[in-house]
Structure formats: C-alpha cells, structure tokens
Design a protein around this ligand. Structure first.
Ligand code: ADP
Length: 334
C-alpha cells in the first residue's frame, strides 16, 4: 500500500490494534466529539439503557473504528463488526441482526455501501427492533416478522452526505471527525513511540507529525517506517535528521505530498499549463486510474489549496506552481 494512503489493509489493521486508545480519556484531540459522546454514554449508563444509535463520519484513518470500540468498551458490551460492502442482500443483515444479544454494539463500517434492500431492513431494525424476513418470491412471498434484541448501531461513513435521509435521521447522535492539528499528531506520535518502544526526540516527532496529512493512521505508519530507518541507518533514535532523511527516502515531502500527488501537480503545471484539464486526461498523463487520482490524490491537494476542481476541469493554483518551484502565470487561479 502507498505510504500516505489513508486506508489500512488487513496486515496494518493488526499492527494498529496495539496503538488504539482504549478509553475516551486516551483519545487525542476531537474535543467536541469526545465530550458529546461522553455525555451520551454517561446518560445511557445512568438510565440503564442502551444509548441512541451513533453515526461517525469523516475521512479514513481519523479514528472511527477506534471510537466504536471505545463505545462498546465504555458500555461493557461486546462489539460486533461488519461493513457495508459485506452486506449485499437483506438476508445477510437479517442473519447478523438475529445473532445479536441484548445490549450489543453493532459496528457497520462504510455503511453507505450497503445494498438498498438491506438499508430498508435496517431502518426498521433501528427504530422498532424488529425486521420482516421475506420468504419466497412474487405473489406467493410472505413477510415473517422477527423480533431482535435491542442493540446500539454505530455506523461509520466517509461522507455523511452519501447516506439516504431516512437512514441518517435514525441516528440519535452524529459526530463528524475533523483532520488533526499538527500539535495533536505530535502527541499521537509520542504516544505511539512510547507503546512501540521507539526512542524519539521532540523534533523527530514534529517532523513526522507535519508530514502526516492530518491523519493519525498515516502518522503511525510514518513512525514505523522512520523507526526502520533509525535502526538500520542510524543509532536507533528518531531525531529530526533521521526523520527528515527517512521521509525523503520514502518520497514524502515536507507538506506530506507523495510521488503521486507531486506527479499530478507536475503534469497539471508542466504539461497542461496549469489547466483546466479533464480528470481522465490528467490520469492518463500520470499513468494512474481515474479513481486513484480522484479519490486518493485530489482530496488532499484540494485541502492544501494546491488544486481546484472547476466545471471546466482541474486547475493548479498559484500555490501549486510555487510548491513545484515554478513561477505561476499571471492568470493562475487563487
Ligand atoms: P478509521 O476507522 O476512521 O479509518 P481508525 O479508528 O482505524 O480510523 O484509526 C486508525 C489508527 O489511528 C488507529 O490505529 C488508532 O490508533 C489511531 N488513532 C485514530 N484516532 C486517534 C486519536 N484520536 N488518538 C490516538 N490515536 C488515534
């Protein structure tokens, strides 16, 4: 996987488990979400009832799975994990729901990718704790009502706007996770270094934090790669110099841009005069899939104000030209 990808593969998930905060108090940053969620959980505990369903939205790697695990932990309830893409038929969901015990927390990652039929079944389950299981097809089909134990749904989505209104409305509490500030990432890198027994200077930590795209998952991943470098090429300590050299070697620049990001900017400025240029043309120029450019590189470039999406195509901003060490044309955007 790319070093700066916000998603994790299954190997990485295993490594990440050791670094996950286990309580709300251990979570770094996200103050508002932490306080609101703390209140929801305290109130539910005081009433001795399962809390409202919770929707967590925000880009990958910001802590949605971590918060779901903490919710279950704080309620003393087991967490069942599944994901939208794994629920292709209503029957898949019926099987999961009927296997739940009273008070369980069900985590559905990428909930916006569930099938329509399953979604409709979920509305009913969330509201009435019952579902209709349809047996047979056509005019002979019958719906058999099935009671399910009361549970708390924790849904995660990268974009709350992708969820149909009726589903969104059935969550009693929605938390939107924001990208992290450099100081918060710095704190996360220090915390992870402690858990992984990596020796690290304050400057080394800051260097990693500032190249992590506002994303804890990336901060933790860069820390592991820099640790490798420190052990093999230096004295084992992650100093400022070690962090900088290692990240240069891995082609992660001072703003957190990687090879693909720079390739996109480079093509945009040098080959297309700063644009506007269509997404497909741009993707061909950097030798990548259209989806990769659109979903992986562009969101971060847009966030840094380096690229703009206009109705006529992609455009490099004046900042982008400067980032590449080029002189921006007088007509450059932004
Ligand atoms: P998501 O589900 O949003 O993709 P995860 O919950 O899997 O993200 O988090 C990715 C990694 O980042 C985890 O290993 C976790 O340790 C770390 N992490 C995320 N948020 C925080 C935080 N607020 N404080 C400390 N570590 C965090």
């Amino acid at each position: 996987a790319r070093l700066t990808a916000a998603d994790a593969d299954s190997d990485e998930r295993a490594v990440e488990a050791a670094l996950r905060p286990r309580s709300l108090a251990e979570v770094v940053g996200q103050h508002r979400v932490r306080e609101q969620l703390g209140l929801v959980l305290d109130a539910a505990r005081a009433r001795g009832r399962a809390p409202d369903h919770v929707l967590l939205s925000g880009p990958p790697g910001l802590g949605k799975t971590t918060l779901a695990m903490i919710i279950a932990g704080e309620l003393g309830a087991p967490l069942r994990l599944t994901s939208g893409p794994a629920i292709t038929h209503a029957g898949d969901l019926a099987a999961i729901l009927s296997g739940l015990q009273e008070g369980d927390v069900l985590f559905v990652d990428e909930i916006h990718r569930m099938s329509r039929a399953a979604e409709e079944m979920l509305y009913m389950a969330m509201e009435d704790f019952r579902v209709d299981v349809v047996i047979g097809k056509g005019p002979g089909a019958t719906a058999i009502p099935l009671e399910i134990p009361s549970f708390t749904l924790v849904g995660a989505t990268t974009r709350a706007g992708l969820l149909p209104g009726p589903l969104r409305d059935r969550f009693g509490f929605t938390a939107h996770l924001e990208f992290y500030e450099p100081a918060e990432l710095d704190q996360i890198v220090h915390r992870s270094a402690g858990l992984l027994e990596v020796r690290l200077t304050d400057e080394g930590s800051r260097e990693i934090a500032s190249r992590s795209r506002g994303t804890p998952r990336i901060a933790n991943r860069l820390l592991r790669r820099v640790r490798d470098y420190a052990q093999v090429r230096a004295d084992g300590v992650v100093s400022h110099d070690v962090a900088r050299k290692a990240l240069e070697l891995y082609e992660v620049d001072a703003s957190g841009l990687d090879r693909l990001d720079r390739g996109v900017l480079d093509a945009l400025c040098r080959r297309f005069g700063g644009g506007p240029v269509g997404l497909s043309t741009l993707a061909v120029a950097v030798g990548e899939e259209r989806e990769t450019v659109e979903e992986v590189a562009e969101p971060f470039l847009v966030r840094l104000g380096l690229l703009a999406r206009t109705p006529r195509g992609r455009v490099a901003t004046a900042t982008a030209w400067r980032h590449l060490g080029l002189t921006a044309p007088a007509t450059a955007f932004g």
